[in-house]
Design a binder for this molecule. Sequence first.
Ligand code: AGP
Length: 616
Amino acid sequence: MCGIVGYVGPRDSQDILVSGLARLEYRGYDSAGIAVIDDGGSLAVRKRSGKLARLREALETDPIGRGTTGIGHTRWATHGGPTDQNAHPHLADDDRLAVIHNGIIENFASLRSELVGEGITFVSDTDTEVAAHLLARAYRESGDLVAAFRAVVDRLEGAFTLLAAHEDHPGLVVGARRNSPLVIGLGEGETFLGSDVAAFVEHTRRALAVGQDEIVAIRPGVVEVTDFAGNAVEPQPFEVSWDAAAADKGGWSSFMAKEVSEEPEAVANTVRGRIQDGEIRVPELEGLDDFFRGIDRVVVLACGTAYYSGLVGKYALEKWARIPVDVELAHEFRYREPIVSESTLVVSISQSGETMDTLMAVKEAARLGAKTLSICNTQGSTIPRESDAVVYTHAGPEVAVASTKAFVAQITALYLLALHVGRVRRSLPDEVSADATEQLAALPEKIQWILDNEQERTEQLAHWMADTRSVLFLGRHVGYPIALEGALKLKEISYIHAEGFAAGELKHGPIALIEPGQPVFVVVPSPRGSITMHQKVISNIEEIRARGARIIAIAEQGDSAVLPSADEVLRIPLASPLFEPLLAVVPLHIFAMGLATAKGLDVDQPRNLAKSVTVE
Ligand code: AGP
């Protein structure tokens, strides 16, 4: 979704703005622009549809003078197509005020009519231009940009992060946020704003979180935050735990390739500091232990890949914490008049912490009285700030739209939660806890084994299958969500039909899809776990093989039962059944990346998709 950068300080803002926008490219966008108050006191804007390269061209052919105050924006079109005119910043007040916006102003049509009725002429189709003219009108009354924001924000419905700069005020950028992200970067005598820390992390890792319904005024080295009523607010400081280098590809062919290679350390870093004396202890959860003893239900809310990690987590929470768990698509939960109470724990899962569907579902759950816990990978993002507690995954920045290392980190965090709650509720036998703790600690090495020993073969398989038009995925028990995740990964970056099924569902319909040559991935459970389940999946394989399917089995080392009926076997190391998902998913991530690469597609920024869906 949209990327936002703001800067005030001693340096020329243009390069800072454009390089900040470049670090936000992964959010997905279709136009870009900057506004700068130059040293002569004039406000200049350059904006173009398309990628940042076109904005850079515009700045070269029609340069802006040096200017130390500026705002920048990458737009993912919601209202109005991706055109130069609809790109941000938008101008008002005789082109002396520039405004950028992330989110959707849901009542923009009525506001636009009001302004047109006052003789305002609009030059774009966007909701943002409405905010620009409202701010201009309020500014003309007070001459104070912060007061203008205060007068306008309560008229706006929906989600917005707005930044503005006015020609009258060089050295000042003002912003406001509601249901959309905004963070502050603190430099030496310079101050930054960003839709996330990637916008300024190359300059500073000291940051402040801007809370819901807050207005921020930044000057060089000075920050003032107030709420919408004008009361001073002390923003929450935090240190960004990764640096700009981490956000680069580091020599990998794609961010996705880099991030798949980081899956072992994503798990290791998420566990780090949360196993003490052989026992799982999640410090961030200690304050909730009394609450955990009283809960009677857990609801997990998420979207996409995060939802699939929740489906895996359900098995662990029910097994170790002995609490019923419902895993819900956030956007369905919210409109279903859900039943939650004070004894419901609502766990949201979100890599970005900005997914609007998930954020709004969390707010609905909180409104209904539930306790909310966020599992999130992005510090200072909105969903953790709107939750009662947060367990951060420490997967590091995940830039590729297709989520990979965050997925394994999310499952890890859910297992830590399940073990912590199980221990607190005394539902977890010591030997089970000890085994699970050992298994968690051993996961990074096992994932690394797959990368070292199976990645090449998996990529070769993907290359051979580059012309495939459809791939099916089967799994049972904790393997079922992995089948769903494998299908999503493949379809979202290779654009071919892919579908995941519970293996037991085959005979209830999907087997009709099987025809000679149909590739089917099968996640095979360990024969050391439930032998029945293993045998049933082997039977499933034989059923589809008899109808001509081409079977790629993901099976543990030494499982020979798959050999007679699978065309290919991708091996994973031995692990206890609940830990196999974190291994079985790795070949599926590699396969999807390999097939998309073989098709010459943009693995990191697939068509139509954005890294963080910050609109509903
Ligand atoms: C996953 O590969 C997709 N990019 C998408 O399904 C994603 O998982 C979903 O939009 C949720 O994003 P979040 O984890 O940032 O909330």
